[in-house]
Design a protein around this ligand. Structure first.
Ligand SMILES: [Zn+2]
Length: 534
């Protein structure tokens, strides 16, 4: 009975945790890593064919985006997730695959000019479509036997529609252990979704730490604040630009704007136009408006029962094509534009920033987490007087607002309250999904509160029966800080590193074996090392 960490170790993205039970391996989450080279940096340190099942906490790409790769490389099992997660995955994985295809086309052009072979996408839309028949939609709060001595239950995490903590009960050779995976922990009072729940009992907890070093500002009337920004900006003849994650945050913004319009809070322009400029966000909005009533909070479901569509209002326009998106930049009517990506590192939002950042009369409204190194982070921190977009320096003159209390992640107090809800302290709390320093400081805080907490390293292996660390793993966050890390290593060298990690795993599995066998194994490794040590 072992637990391994294959991503989001001392970093925010790439959540992927392995559990070994009765000789089988299952994964909890299978997220895409950001900041790695997309072709060489997404490999798994195990063979996907060895994995029997996957359990997903929620649909965000940093928790689900490597599923098509897993299937492409040989995974044939079932994938368990809540019903909304299954529905959202279909649009999100298709979109992710489409981006990989575009990126490969762009790379191929460049590589052919250099006389090299064409680039291959990490996975294609066709690969993503192989994932969907494997999805098993589940309900919250039901215990499901997934076989091989493992049972699971999804509990509402209040982070995204359908988001969940996974409770995992394991039984092996008469021993029982319970592991809880937090996925992403929500913060209370969000539009549409319910408040995060609490769990009271576990032997081991794997928890996120995104905002482990910060407090969100006290909650205030965000709807009035947002209405004020819209009123002032439109009165000055400017646009309100909202970079927003296409799934989750965008729907929260639409919900707030519907209320602003209903209450007539923007008095000078009651019919102001709102452009939703993201096909993915539009598709997600249709899913949110579908038959997911059971998953909405009381306020939103009361609206639906009263015949009101919570995400629909006069003046809302969906922008589908890139041409229509470009046209918005020459239309001088003051308007609200919601577009993605939420951190401004890709997508149509970059065009809108190029055309609006330099205009004093405009506003940019941030509502979500901005990772280190993204354009969004630079703008929120306000450290640069100009930024580079499409090879041009663009002055930053507009007003930048950061509605941090709208974050979909719990802050430090929220995380402490969540872990404090366990009636008995878990044997170990594994802290993941936080930038290096934040992960470290939150782990130290938990230790200070009397928890046995650690920030596990990449591909480390932990024995859940003895509590021992079987293999320490590698500090990938440190490795990634070295300039050109991923690009310097070829795909084949990455494969070799993975083979090496696998060898270590095989060694640990042979622990306690017959002396004769272990000696033979050691001799063979020594011979192999001797052959290649040149
Ligand atoms: Zn998330």
């Amino acid at each position: 009975m072992k637990l391994s960490f294959y991503g989001a170790t001392r970093e925010v993205t790439g959540s992927c945790h392995g559990v070994e039970i009765n000789g089988k391996k299952l994964l909890v989450d299978c997220g895409l890593q950001q900041g790695f080279d997309n072709v060489t940096g997404q490999s798994f340190p195990f063979h996907p064919g060895e994995i029997s099942r996957v359990v997903l906490t929620h649909a965000h790409i940093d928790h689900s985006g490597r599923l098509p790769l897993l299937v492409k490389q040989g995974f044939k099992g079932s994938i368990y997730a809540t019903k909304p997660t299954c529905q959202l995955l279909e649009i999100m994985l298709r979109d992710s695959a489409h981006i990989h295809e575009l990126e490969a086309t762009w790379r191929s052009r460049k590589q052919r000019r250099a006389g090299d072979a064409a680039a291959q996408p990490l996975y294609t839309v066709a690969d993503a479509e192989q994932v969907f028949p494997m999805l098993i939609p589940c309900k919250y709060d039901e215990i499901i036997d997934i076989g091989d001595g493992a049972r699971i239950r999804f509990i509402d995490a209040g982070h995204l529609l359908g988001s969940a903590y996974v409770e995992l009960w394991l039984k092996e050779d008469g021993a029982n252990k319970k592991v809880v995976f937090s996925g992403d922990i929500g913060s209370p009072d969000h539009p549409l979704i319910r408040n995060p729940r609490y769990i009271s009992e576990a032997d081991y907890v794997v928890m996120e730490s995104t905002y482990g070093n910060r407090s969100h500002p006290p909650s205030y009337d965000i709807v009035s604040e947002f209405a004020n920004v819209i009123e002032t900006t439109l009165s000055n003849g400017g646009n309100v630009i909202c970079p927003a994650f296409a799934v989750g945050r965008t729907q929260g913004l639409l919900y707030n704007i519907r209320e602003i319009k209903e209450r007539g809070l923007v008095k000078s322009f009651p019919d102001f136009p709102v452009y939703l400029d993201s096909p993915l966000a539009a598709a997600a909005t249709r899913i949110y408006s579908g038959d997911l009533m059971d998953y909405l909070n009381d306020e939103a479901s009361a609206l639906v029962r009263a015949g009101i569509q919570p995400l629909s209002f006069d003046g809302l326009r969906f922008v589908e094509t890139a041409e229509d998106s470009k046209k918005l930049n020459s239309d001088m009517t003051p308007k609200v534009i919601i577009s993605s990506s939420g951190m401004c590192d890709a997508g149509r939002i970059r065009h809108h920033l190029k055309h609006n950042l330099w205009r004093r009369e405009c506003s940019v409204v941030f509502t979500g987490f901005q990772a280190f190194g993204t354009l969004g982070r630079t703008l929120v921190e306000g450290t640069e007087s100009s930024v580079s977009l499409f090879g041009e320096q663009i002055a930053v003159r507009c007003r930048i607002h950061n509605f941090r209390s709208m974050s979909a992640h719990a802050d430090r107090d929220g995380l402490l309250k969540w872990i404090g809800a366990y009636e008995k302290k878990p044997e170990t709390v594994y802290v993941v999904h936080g930038e290096h320093e934040i992960c470290k400081s939150f782990t130290a805080r938990l230790v200070g509160e009397g928890f046995n907490a650690i920030a596990p390293k990449y591909s480390s292996i932990h024995d859940l029966l003895t509590g021992e660390i079987v293999y320490e793993g590698r500090d990938m966050a440190k490795a990634k800080e070295q300039p050109g890390y991923a690009r310097r290593d070829s795909a084949i060298y990455q494969r070799l590193l993975i083979a090496g990690t696998r060898l270590l795993e095989v060694i640990t599995r042979n622990r306690g074996g017959a002396n004769k066998d272990l000696a033979k194994f050691a001799d063979q490794i020594d011979a192999l090392a001797g052959k290649w040590d040149r």
